[in-house]
Structure formats: structure tokens, C-alpha cells
Design a protein around this ligand. Structure first.
Ligand code: F6P
Length: 323
């Protein structure tokens, strides 16, 4: 392998730049060339690439977003799109790819590999932490800290006005952000897609909190369709408890931005180097991840299909502390 293409794809996540920096610098260290592909797979399709060196990735370890830009490419899902991508890959003499993204991005790389035999290694970059084969995804820790900081602020108003706040956090199909930020911000209740909840249970919990002397509460709700979404849940609770002064806050894309935490920077740096080393050792169709603080490689099929389980011990912690 002489020349590696690197791209960021799917939703941006804080720490993607740190991973890119690590890939580029590892390439230099091992005396191979690195090419940045802009806007995820779109850059392959449109031949939008740039030569990168150690100095082109200076001062980005601390930056959120991705300097390469990212996209959820629909064209790459088509055989025609992938054909164009392969032509440009060949034209640019790319021997392998490093794909920084989530399961959608890995699925694309996997299909591309099966069709054109292009070696690749994935690096898990998503705030959702929903990728099998790693204890942590890049961006998750930063997103958690963003949520906790925001909820701490909301708590000031909740306490001052004796209010109940329903806070919607991200994590399309996974409750990792909700559960962990809920514990860290002292939420009275946490609603996650992995657990069946009902408005009745939520009301019970709020009633218990009132009876135990609490005057205000925070409820964290993972985004999605569960129970009709955060506004519907708030409406239904209000219908049962007109006396509650309820407010809804949707944190939204604030959770995707900002300077990565130390944890995400170190994780991204380690995984970036691991991906390059993996390719140089002849590995392909794998995702570089971290398990018990050790670098591990997981077959990409597993990373895509399997899901990390929510830790029931954490659910217990949340319940006990909401007493
Ligand atoms: O996968 C990351 C994520 O932020 C999810 O938590 C969220 O559901 C989704 O992306 C939002 O996607 P978009 O930025 O395309 O609206």
C-alpha cells in the first residue's frame, strides 16, 4: 500500500478531525501518501480530493465538525455511483480507504469492497455510541458532556420555578446518550428506545418524586418515535397533572458540535493510527475499535449488524438514584 484515501461520512461528530489528523500523520510516519476525499463518498464520485500532509492537519485536533466535510451520499448507494467512485479511486491511484463514520458509512464501504475489492478499514465516528465492536465511538463523550452542561443550565430554571423539564437528546435508535447523560445530570426519569416505557410509569415516577419532597424534575427522553415523541409525552403528562409547570427543550444538533473532549481526541488519535497500521498489515473489511482500553478489530459485517447492548446496571443506577 502506497496511497491511502481517507473520508468522513454520515453525521459529523466531534473528534473526526482528530482521527483524520492521526490517519494523515500515521501515513507520513510509515512513508505512504494520504489523500483527503471531500464530502464522504460524494468526493469519490465527483473526484473531489486533496493531497494531505502533516501540516495540512495542523490545529484541527481541537476542532469539531470535519474539515473534509461529510455527506450521506445517496448516489453511492447506486451501482452507477459506485462505478464512478471506483474510476476516480483508480485515477488517483488509491490503494485503500479509511472510512470515518457510522454503520451507514461502513455498509457503503463493505458493498464497495465486495464489488471492486478495495481494501478499507472503518473508524467509528458518531455521537450515538451505537456501533458494535467498540466501547466508545468518536464524538460520544463530547456529546455527553454537551448534554450534561445544557441540562445543568436547565436545572437552574427548573429549580428556580419549580418546573418539570422534558429534555430530548439525540441517539436515533440508541439510548446511550440519554441513559448516561441522565445519570450524570441527575434526571428523575430517562426514556430510551431499548426499554418499554409508558406515560403511566413516567407519571408514577414524577408523583413519587413529588411525594419525596422534590419540587422540580428533569426527564431525559431519547429522540424518536417512542410514545409519540417528547411533545406528545409532555402533553399527556400535562393532561394528567395540570398542576405541573412543564417545559420541553430539544437539544438537537448542539450535541453534534463543539471542541472534542480529551477522551474523544485520544480515542480518535489511537483509532486513526490503528486503521493505517491495520491496512499496512494487510487487514481489510474491519473496524478499528476500543475494548477494555485495547485496540481491537471487528469484522465490518458484525459492526454493522450487531448492536451494543444497554448495560442493565446503568438502568439500575439511574433508578436507585431517582429515589
Ligand atoms: O447519528 C447521529 C445523529 O446525530 C443521530 O443522533 C440523529 O438522529 C441523526 O444523526 C440526525 O441526523 P441529521 O443531522 O441528518 O438530521
Amino acid at each position: 500500500i502506497k496511497r491511502i484515501g481517507v473520508l468522513t461520512s454520515g453525521g459529523d461528530a466531534p473528534g473526526m478531525n482528530a482521527a483524520l489528523r492521526a490517519v494523515v500523520r500515521a501515513c507520513k510516519y510509515y512513508q505512504i501518501e494520504s489523500i483527503g476525499i471531500r464530502q464522504g463518498y460524494e468526493g469519490l464520485i465527483n473526484n473531489d480530493m486533496i493531497e494531505l500532509g502533516p501540516r495540512s492537519v495542523k490545529n484541527i485536533i481541537n476542532q469539531g465538525g470535519t474539515i473534509l466535510k461529510t455527506a450521506r451520499s445517496t448516489e453511492f448507494r447506486t451501482p452507477e455511483g459506485r462505478k464512478k467512485a471506483y474510476e476516480h479511486l483508480q485515477k488517483n491511484n488509491l490503494d485503500a480507504l479509511v472510512v470515518i463514520g457510522g454503520d451507514g458509512s461502513f455498509t457503503g464501504a463493505n458493498i464497495f469492497h465486495k464489488e471492486y475489492n478495495v481494501p478499507f478499514i472503518g473508524i467509528p465516528g458518531t455521537i450515538d455510541n451505537d456501533i458494535f465492536g467498540t466501547d466508545f465511538t468518536i464524538g460520544y463523550d463530547t456529546a455527553l458532556n454537551t448534554v450534561v452542561e445544557a441540562v445543568d443550565k436547565l436545572r437552574d430554571t427548573a429549580t428556580s420555578h419549580d418546573r418539570v423539564f422534558f429534555v430530548e437528546v439525540m441517539g436515533r435508535d440508541a439510548g446511550f446518550i440519554a441513559l448516561n447523560s441522565g445519570i450524570a445530570s441527575g434526571a428523575q426519569d430517562i426514556l430510551i428506545p431499548e426499554q418499554r416505557d409508558s406515560v403511566e410509569d413516567l407519571c408514577d415516577s414524577l408523583e413519587r418524586s413529588e411525594e419525596s419532597g422534590k419540587k422540580s424534575s428533569i426527564v431525559i427522553i431519547a429522540e424518536g418515535e417512542q410514545l409519540g415523541g417528547v411533545y406528545e409525552i409532555a402533553k399527556q403528562v400535562k393532561a394528567r397533572h395540570q398542576e405541573y409547570d412543564i417545559r420541553v427543550t430539544v437539544l438537537g444538533h448542539i450535541q453534534r458540535g463543539g471542541s472534542p473532549t480529551c477522551h474523544d481526541r485520544v480515542l480518535a488519535s489511537r483509532l486513526g493510527i490503528a486503521a493505517v497500521e491495520g491496512l499496512l498489515e494487510g487487514k481489510t473489511n474491519l473496524m478499528a475499535g476500543i475494548r477494555s482500553n485495547k485496540i481491537v478489530f471487528t469484522p465490518i459485517d458484525e459492526a454493522i449488524i450487531k448492536h451494543n447492548e444497554i448495560d442493565t446496571e446503568l438502568i439500575k443506577v439511574a433508578n436507585i438514584l431517582a429515589i
